[in-house]
Design a protein around this ligand. Structure first.
Ligand SMILES: *[C@@H]1O[C@H](CO)[C@@H](O)[C@H](O)[C@H]1NC(C)=O
Ligand SMILES: *[C@@H]1O[C@H](CO)[C@@H](O)[C@H](O)[C@H]1NC(C)=O
Length: 518
C-alpha cells in the first residue's frame, strides 16, 4: 500500500510544481459517439494531469473522474448510429449536407437552452481555455466568446470544406483533397470540377444556412455576437486528428497541429472464443468492419453476396462485424458478431488485412498496428481518407460501384502480398516516430494557448481577397500590357509598312518618270 502512495505523492508534487492547473471548458454539442470517442482520452488526460476540466457533452462519464465534471446534454438529440446505408451517391452526399447543417443548428439551440450551460455563463466562470469541436456548427465559438477565453479547435477527422478558409489553408482543387470526394492529390479533370462545385455549394450553405442561423440563435441570449467566421479565424490552435503518413501531406499553417493516434489504447486481452479463432488461423485473419454509423445490413444484397463470395474463397479466416445473425452465401471461414473489440483484434499479429469503410479511427488503429487496408469509402471524410491511405501505401481502395467478387479478390491479393505488408509495417514505424507522443503534443499545445493567451497566429491567406490570392489582378495587368504592346507594335509596323509602300510607289513613279523623260 505504501509504495503506490509514495509514487502518487511524488508524481503529484512534480505536476503541481510543473503545471499550474488550468480551468478548461470543453464544448461538444454534436452527438456523434465516434467523435467524442476521440476527444475523451485527451479530456481525461488533461484531468489526470491536474487541470480542472468541465465538459459539455452527450456522453457524460459513467463513473466519477477526478478533476472532471460533466454538463450533460444526453437525451437532447437523436443518436445517429447505423443510419446511413452502405451506398455512395450524390444523393447520399446531399442528404449528409442537409443532415449536417440541420443537426448543427438544432444542437446550437439545445446547447444554449440548457439550464446548466446557462448557469455556467451567467456565473461568469473564468476559463483559461475553451476547447471547441470544429465540425458542423460554429455556435460554441459564440459561447466561448461570451466566456472571454482563448479557443482551441478540435476535430476527429480531416478539415471540413468550410474550415479551410478560416485557418488559411489554400483550397486548390488541383491537389487539395476534399472531404466527401475521391481523387486524392492527383484528381482527374472531372474530379477537379466536382471538387470546385461541391466545395462552393457546401461553403455557401454553411455560411448562410448554418452560421447565420447560429448567429441569430446566439443573439437570443447574448448582446454582443461578432460574425462567427471572425471568431473562427481567431481560433488559437487547431488540433486535427490526422498525420501526414496516413492522411497525406498538406500545406498547413503553424496553428494547425496534427495529433493523430492518441485515442488508440493499449490492447486488452481478447475474449476467449475470438482469441482461439485468431490464434488458430493458419493463414491469418482478415477483419471486416464498416463502422458504427453505417448499417451493414442495408448493404445491397448483390454487393453483399459478392463480398461473402470473395471472402469465402480466401484461405484466411474472416471476422465480420455484422448486426444480423447470418450473412447470405456459402462460407465456413467467417466469424460474425455485432460487437467486436476492433483495436484488440487489429493488435493481434495474425491479423493480416482490414476491410474497412476508411473511417479515420479505424484507419488510425490499422496504421498503429501496421495492418494493410482494403478501403471501401462511402460518405463523409471516408473517400478522402481512402484516397490518402492508398497514396501513402497503407492499402488499396475499391468503390462500391465497381464491387464484384473478382475485383475484391484482386484487391486482397495486392494487400496480402508479403512485400506490401512489410511496407505497411515500415510505414507504421514512421507513423510512430515523432518528437513527442500525440497525446503529449495535444496537451502541450493546450497549455501553450493558456500560457500565451494574447497571441493568435493568423496566416495571411485568411485576409487576402480572392482576386489577389489567385493573382488575378497581376494576370490582368500582364494581359493588358501584352495587348497594348501588341497593338502598339502593330500600329508601328503599319506605319513603317505604309511609309515603305509609299516609298516604293514613289520610287516606282520616279522610275517611270525618268523612263518617260528619257
Ligand atoms: C472547476 O471548474 C468549475 C466550473 O466548471 C468550477 O465550479 C470549480 O470551482 C473549478 N474548480 C477549481 C478547483 O478551480
Ligand atoms: C494579455 O494582455 C492583457 C491586456 O493587454 C494583459 O493584462 C495580460 O497580462 C496579458 N497576458 C499575458 C499572459 O501576457
Amino acid at each position: 500500500m505504501k509504495l503506490p502512495v509514495t509514487i502518487i505523492t511524488i508524481l503529484t508534487t512534480i505536476f503541481i510544481n510543473e503545471v499550474t492547473p488550468l480551468n478548461i471548458l470543453g464544448v461538444f454539442p454534436y452527438q456523434g459517439r465516434s467523435h467524442f470517442f476521440v476527444f475523451e482520452p485527451y479530456l481525461r488526460e488533461l484531468a489526470a494531469r491536474g487541470h480542472n476540466v468541465t465538459v459539455i457533452t452527450h456522453f457524460p462519464q459513467k463513473t466519477p473522474v477526478k478533476n472532471y465534471q460533466d454538463i450533460s446534454l444526453a437525451g437532447t438529440s437523436i443518436q445517429v448510429e447505423g443510419l446511413i446505408p452502405v451506398e455512395k451517391s450524390y444523393f447520399t452526399l446531399i442528404m449528409i449536407g442537409v443532415y449536417l447543417i440541420g443537426t448543427g443548428t438544432d444542437n446550437c439551440k439545445a446547447l444554449l437552452a440548457n439550464d446548466n450551460v446557462q448557469k455556467l455563463w451567467k456565473s461568469e466562470a473564468k476559463f483559461d481555455v475553451v476547447l471547441v469541436e470544429q465540425f458542423n456548427s460554429d455556435c460554441s465559438l459564440g459561447l466561448a466568446h461570451k466566456l472571454g477565453a482563448p479557443v482551441i479547435g478540435l476535430t476527429s477527422h480531416t478539415l471540413m470544406p468550410w474550415q479551410l478558409n478560416r485557418f488559411g489553408v489554400e483550397f486548390n482543387p488541383s491537389y487539395v483533397s476534399t472531404q466527401f470526394l475521391s481523387g486524392g492529390t492527383k484528381p482527374s479533370l472531372f474530379e477537379r470540377i466536382e471538387r470546385v462545385i461541391v466545395y462552393n455549394i457546401f461553403n455557401t450553405a454553411f455560411k448562410y444556412a448554418s452560421q447565420r442561423t447560429d448567429e441569430s440563435t446566439l443573439r437570443e441570449y447574448f448582446d454582443d455576437v461578432p460574425p462567427l467566421e471572425e471568431l473562427a479565424q481567431n481560433i488559437r490552435v487547431q488540433l486535427v486528428y490526422t498525420h501526414h503518413t496516413l492522411s497525406g501531406v498538406n500545406l498547413y499553417p503553424p496553428k494547425i497541429v496534427e495529433v493523430n493516434g492518441y485515442h488508440v489504447a493499449k490492447p486488452k486481452p481478447l475474449p476467449e472464443k475470438l482469441k482461439k479463432f485468431i490464434d488458430e488461423a493458419e493463414h491469418g485473419v482478415i477483419y471486416v468492419s464498416f463502422g458504427s454509423m453505417l448499417k451493414a445490413a442495408s448493404t445491397p444484397r448483390d454487393k453483399l453476396e459478392a463480398i461473402t463470395k470473395a471472402l469465402s474463397q480466401l484461405p484466411q479466416r474472416v471476422i465480420f462485424k455484422w448486426e444480423e445473425k447470418t450473412l447470405p452465401g456459402d462460407y465456413k471461414n467467417i466469424y460474425i458478431s455485432d460487437w467486436l473489440p476492433q483495436n484488440d483484434i487489429l493488435a493481434h499479429p495474425n491479423v493480416v488485412a482490414f476491410y474497412s469503410h476508411c473511417g479515420l479511427l479505424g484507419t488510425t488503429e490499422a496504421i498503429y498496428h501496421g495492418v494493410p487496408i482494403v478501403g471501401m469509402p462511402i460518405f463523409g471524410d471516408q473517400p478522402s481518407n481512402a484516397a490518402a491511405m492508398e497514396e501513402s501505401g497503407m492499402g488499396v481502395q475499391i468503390q462500391t460501384t465497381e464491387l464484384t467478387t473478382e475485383k475484391l479478390l484482386e484487391k486482397f491479393k495486392i494487400v496480402l502480398d508479403p512485400q506490401f505488408r512489410a511496407n505497411v509495417k515500415r510505414l507504421s514505424k514512421v507513423w510512430h516516430d515523432r518528437p513527442s507522443s500525440p497525446m503529449d503534443t495535444a496537451i502541450y499545445w493546450t497549455e501553450y494557448v493558456a500560457r500565451n493567451p494574447n497571441f493568435t497566429f493568423v496566416p495571411p491567406t485568411v485576409h487576402v481577397p480572392f482576386y489577389q490570392f489567385w493573382c488575378l489582378d497581376v494576370l490582368a495587368v500582364f494581359i493588358l500590357i501584352s495587348l497594348i504592346s501588341f497593338y502598339v507594335l502593330k500600329f508601328l509596323c503599319c506605319l513603317v509598312c505604309r511609309r515603305k509602300s509609299k516609298e516604293v510607289v514613289k520610287n516606282a513613279n520616279t522610275k517611270k518618270k525618268s523612263k518617260k523623260d528619257n
